[in-house]
Design a protein around this ligand. Structure first.
Ligand SMILES: Nc1nc2c(ncn2[C@@H]2O[C@H](COP(=O)(O)OP(=O)(O)OP(=O)(O)O)[C@@H](O)[C@H]2O)c(=O)[nH]1
Length: 170
């Protein structure tokens, strides 16, 4: 019987950014099907892993959930380095959080990222557009896959690497 296996596994580093309490953790939990219902502000940094397949390539998404609170700003921005994609989040009921997208973009642009960002209005509460937003992001990154590295093991060293590209066998 013929089996079809993905040919290789590539690591994709994504970063969630935006003001505190705009819904970054909620969106990420929706996307990775994490049922944890608690809403505690992110302290420092957290990450989740999700594996998706495009064509016959497995992509291991290492998604960093930064803390939006100002006191964590320097730490959060330090995790931007090496990311292939960002999810910039604001709350449509909070105009300051929208204005501050520019502030977050400046940190991203310092790392030579370009504008031309697809836009999705999402709801983590009712699960609208979450999958579509991530799919578009990941497919765009995949289409430029020359920049991706093979995922090799599951180790993420928080202390040394700030999300250094390492990973995948799950
Ligand atoms: N109405 C509505 N509320 C939401 C939605 N997503 C998140 N919330 C609420 O917004 C609050 C903050 O959500 P979080 O996901 O913790 O926000 P965060 O951006 O990760 O916050 P920090 O960790 O402080 O950076 C929570 O009380 C959620 O219930 C949504 O899609 N709709």
């Amino acid at each position: 019987m013929a089996h079809s296996y993905p040919l290789k596994c590539l690591l994709v580093k994504l970063v969630m950014a935006g003001d505190s309490s705009v819904g970054k953790t909620s969106i990420l939990r929706r996307y990775v099907d994490d049922p944890d219902p608690s809403f505690i502000a992110t302290i420092g940094i957290d990450f989740k892993i999700k594996t998706v397949t495009i064509d016959e390539t497995m992509l291991k998404l290492q998604i960093w959930d930064t803390a939006g609170q100002e006191r964590f700003h320097t730490l959060s921005v330090s995790y931007f380095r090496g990311a292939q994609g960002f999810v910039l989040v604001y709350d449509i009921t909070n105009s300051d959080s929208f204005k501050n997208i520019e502030y977050w973009m400046k940190d991203i642009l310092k790392l030579a990222w370009e504008y031309g960002i697809p836009f999705f209005e999402t709801s983590a509460k009712t699960n609208i557009n979450i999958d579509q937003a991530f799919s578009t992001l990941v497919e765009t990154i995949y289409s430029k896959k020359a920049s991706l590295q093979l995922a090799t093991d599951d180790t993420v060293n928080l202390r040394e690497s700030k999300g250094k590209d390492s990973c995948c066998n799950t």
